[in-house]
Design a binder for this molecule. Structure first.
Ligand code: ZN
Length: 123
């Protein structure tokens, strides 16, 4: 099957996000889930809920391109390198202990936080 990265906006329009879609209408969603997990593990996208994910610049440049799930795997090394470069260039270590890009740092009552820890850090 083929996988397409499609551009979307969050419902409030506040952030760009990506939908990983099957191009050929395949009902084998395992490939999509696998591709999504890869992109998440590379730090390229972030689960938001409702299928939306945050998109980093490296992924935005690839929006509209279509990949087979195999090609998504092949992109791994390249994406990891770009993610690493992105992290070292523009990363902040939050009080929650995680390192995220500067634009993702949130201010919680217990200190700075990555988006995933915001609820915990707001107690
Ligand atoms: Zn965190």
């Amino acid at each position: 099957m083929e996988i397409k990265l499609g551009q979307r906006h969050s419902e409030d329009g506040g952030f760009n996000c990506v939908m990983i879609e099957s191009v050929d209408g395949s009902t084998d969603w395992q490939d999509i889930v696998k591709a999504r997990r890869l992109l998440v593990s590379w730090g390229m996208i972030r689960e938001i809920g409702g299928g939306y994910s945050d998109v980093r610049a490296v992924v935005i440049r690839r929006l509209g391109m279509e990949f087979t799930s195999e090609q998504v795997n092949d992109l791994g090394d390249e994406l990891k390198r770009e993610a690493q470069a992105h992290r070292t260039r523009d990363s902040v270590r939050c009080d929650c202990g995680h390192t995220v890009s500067r634009s993702h740092v949130m201010s919680a009552s217990l200190g700075t936080s990555c988006p995933d820890c915001y609820d915990r850090m707001s107690n």
